[in-house]
Design a protein around this ligand. Structure first.
Ligand code: GLN
Length: 453
């Protein structure tokens, strides 16, 4: 049924880059075989999921939504995807995304925009599903996949979840292995789960997480039984409301939904505490130095020699091949990030930009450490607005970057954070609220999110 739904919705949503119905069926057949053999079933047995096309999948094209990887078929499976298959899940296909996960609207994909299943009333203008995990959010929101993987570098799980009315969790940095995930900004990249509700996210994240010796930043900690520990009882818990997130000119619907969330957590027994995260205003500029810097370094590997596309003009030398391949293979946003990153890492500007940004990153992380001495979790909006129309922000990169204002601080600090649906705005479009937790406390994040559900 899900395979048929994917096929039927693909022309309207463009959520998938490739579909793999046979893999979903294989997982279903495995359930029957295991049952007949009396074998225990995995926690995701038979569940057909969408796989963001940033995860290497053995034998299935992996593109990162870039032309430079078109036709690249990995010989290996990412740790996260192989854990999901081990838990019994099956793959519906590889989901569209912003190219190399750089974007907030899915408009930077080389395989066309993803289109959100949502519309404003009496308006046919196609809306952005958020990004970069926009194929994931659109597919789950459209009910053509019960769950999907996402990755989050500066908000790419949380923001698309918010814009499409679904749930998504980014765990503590290091919980999910980055091995086999196409690298964007290695000190920020984390995989996570996107699904209809908190419980489904907990089940899926439990299957994805765990120590991996092949990722040097992987956390060597056991994976807690988050699903078994779910509880919406907030009695005895303190919820921090950071005053710096109340921006001047904040969308009134976003402000109202935040107030609703505060009231819901109070009803669940929580004590609400106003807190301060004084360096919040520096998070966005800090992120847009560090993420491009790391990206420019990570993307140096796409040279026409090792992967995918090779543009070798007649009589060209090696340097010419590098240049021609990269010019033809990378999209404009990726080139912009490489230029910014190379600039901030260059000898004359390194200290002024990169070193400075690293210092500010530490201050931002310290703000959270201080706040978490007083509170258990922090509640903030996920994104500054509901879904915008395709094309509305794509002409102005800075306007697009502003979308990440509420999501990048937790990324820079490596903290677990989850977005859950929190009502509709004046146009009937979904809004999301974000719960940020202490490092390693996914349970606290999931439980507060459950109380908001
Ligand atoms: N929108 C942010 C960016 O463009 C975040 C992307 C992400 O989390 N992958 O960098």
């Amino acid at each position: 049924a899900f395979n048929a739904a994917v096929e039927a919705a693909q022309p309207a949503l463009n959520a998938f880059i490739v579909t793999t119905p046979e893999k979903a069926l294989e997982a279903a057949a495995r359930v029957d075989a295991d049952r007949a053999a009396g074998k225990p079933l995995g926690t995701m047995a038979g569940v057909p999921i969408g796989m963001k096309d940033l995860f290497a999948t053995k034998g299935t094209q992996t593109t990162a939504a870039s032309k430079i990887l078109e036709g690249f078929t990995p010989q290996y499976e990412s740790t996260v995807s192989s854990k999901l298959w081990d838990a019994g899940a099956g793959m519906l296909g590889k989901l569209n995304l912003d190219q190399f996960a750089m974007g907030s609207s899915n408009e930077t994909s080389a395989f066309g925009n993803v289109i959100s299943p949502w519309r404003r009333p009496n308006d046919t203008a196609p809306l952005a599903p958020g990004g970069s995990s926009g194929g994931s959010s659109a597919a789950v929101a459209a009910r053509i996949a019960p769950a999907a993987t996402g990755t989050d570098t500066g908000g790419s799980i949380r923001q698309p979840a918010a814009l499409t009315g679904i749930s998504g969790i980014k765990p503590t940095y290091g919980r999910c292995s980055r091995w086999g995930v196409v690298a964007f900004a290695s000190s920020l990249d984390q995989a996570g789960a996107m699904a209809h509700d908190v419980t489904d996210c907990a089940i899926m994240l439990e299957a994805m997480a765990g120590f991996d010796p092949k990722d040097s930043t992987s956390l060597n900690l056991p994976v807690p039984e988050w699903t078994a520990g779910l509880s919406a009882d907030m009695r005895g818990k303190k919820v921090g409301i950071p005053r710096e997130y109340r921006l001047d000119g904040m969308d009134p619907d976003v402000a109202r939904s935040w107030d609703d969330g505060i009231a819901w957590l109070k009803d669940a027994g929580a004590e609400i505490v106003e807190i301060s995260l004084p360096h919040t205003k520096y998070a966005l500029p800090t992120y847009y130095i560090i993420a491009p810097a790391e990206a420019s370094s990570n993307l140096a590997r796409y040279d026409g020699v090792r992967y995918g596309l090779r543009d070798l003009p007649d009589g060209a030398g090696l340097q010419d091949m590098y240049a021609a391949t990269r010019a033809a293979g990378f999209g404009p946003e990726v080139k912009r990030r490489i230029m910014i990153g190379t600039y901030v890492l260059s000898a004359g500007f390194y200290d002024a930009y990169y070193t400075q940004a690293q210092k500010v990153r530490t201050l931002i992380a310290r703000d959270f450490t201080n706040a978490f001495m007083d509170v258990d979790v922090i509640l903030v909006p996920t994104a500054p607005s509901s879904a915008f129309a395709l094309g509305e922000k794509s002409a102005d990169p800075l306007e697009m970057y502003l979308n990440d204002v509420f999501s990048v601080p937790a990324s820079l600090a490596g903290l677990p954070a989850m977005s859950v649906p929190a009502g509709l705005d004046r146009n009937g479009l979904p809004l999301g609220l974000q719960v940020i937790g202490k490092a390693f406390d996914e349970q606290g994040v999931l439980n507060a999110s459950l109380a908001l559900e």
